[in-house]
Design a protein around this ligand. Sequence first.
Ligand code: PAF
Length: 309
Amino acid sequence: MNIAIVGPGAIGILFATMLIKSGQNVRLLDYNKKRVEIISKNGISLESKNKVYTNKIKITDKATDLEGIDLFIICVKSYDTKNAARSIKNALRDNSLVLTLQNGVGNVEVISEILGPDRVISGVTSQGANVISDGKVRHAGFGETVIGKIGGKIPAYLREIRYVFNKSGLKTRISKDIRSLIWSKLVINVGINALTAITHLRNGQLLEYTGTRNILRQAVSEAVKIIKRKRIKLIYDDVIDKTEGVCEATAQNISSMLQDVLKKKKTEIDFINGAIVRQGQSLGIATTVNSVLLDLVKSIELSYTKTTS
Ligand code: PAF
């Protein structure tokens, strides 16, 4: 399969390496010219289970360089989704497919609006990976990837992608209700990400303090009210229990949002707690705790530019 990964961050490099290992023809697209130079020179490398896999790979910052792509996999941060979708528009063939494996909600809708819903596939992945430096990634945990079409149809190409991913060691299944999986993943990020970004605690430490544990529970409860009103079915019976379980299972992890804050990078807050606040406003449901988390993370982002003397 001819695959282009859009956004060579942690998940992008992980998927690229695994797909190359199984013989797929993988290329990278990146708007970041400096990173394009580094990866063109050094290739990509993935550290997984005490082994390092290094590969030379074609990378470009121009989507028009990409010809004959069967599948584009969008791995950019949610705030770059619109640009990523616009940039690949002219590189699409009639039957090119576009899969999003991003965090947060709203990405499928943005991509579908720009590229048309027929070719768009939604996905969620519980694979864990951390960037060591540009092009170098550490595989932090093996998780499942779930793909599906909004609306539940299962076209033959979904089975083909599932086959290729599984053959590449990326455990993958198809869901008829991918929306429910996207929101189920969101609710966990709502409880963990902003709180770790503000406190600088590791995921597991959120459970050690009464204060952070209470805030985690309240943020998740607000999100659950919204999800229920939207009649979206969550895949866990007890979401708070599940979120605390993820904190325990990933106790040593520095969440993706805390990693962004530590690097003074823009975060995905607008697509996680921010999405809950926006939904709350339109549904008339109070989201007091999520609003505070949103405001605090936004303030942290603004403080990056201020220098102290
Ligand atoms: O965004 C993240 O870091 C992850 O989704 C999670 C589950 C919070 C684990 O760190």
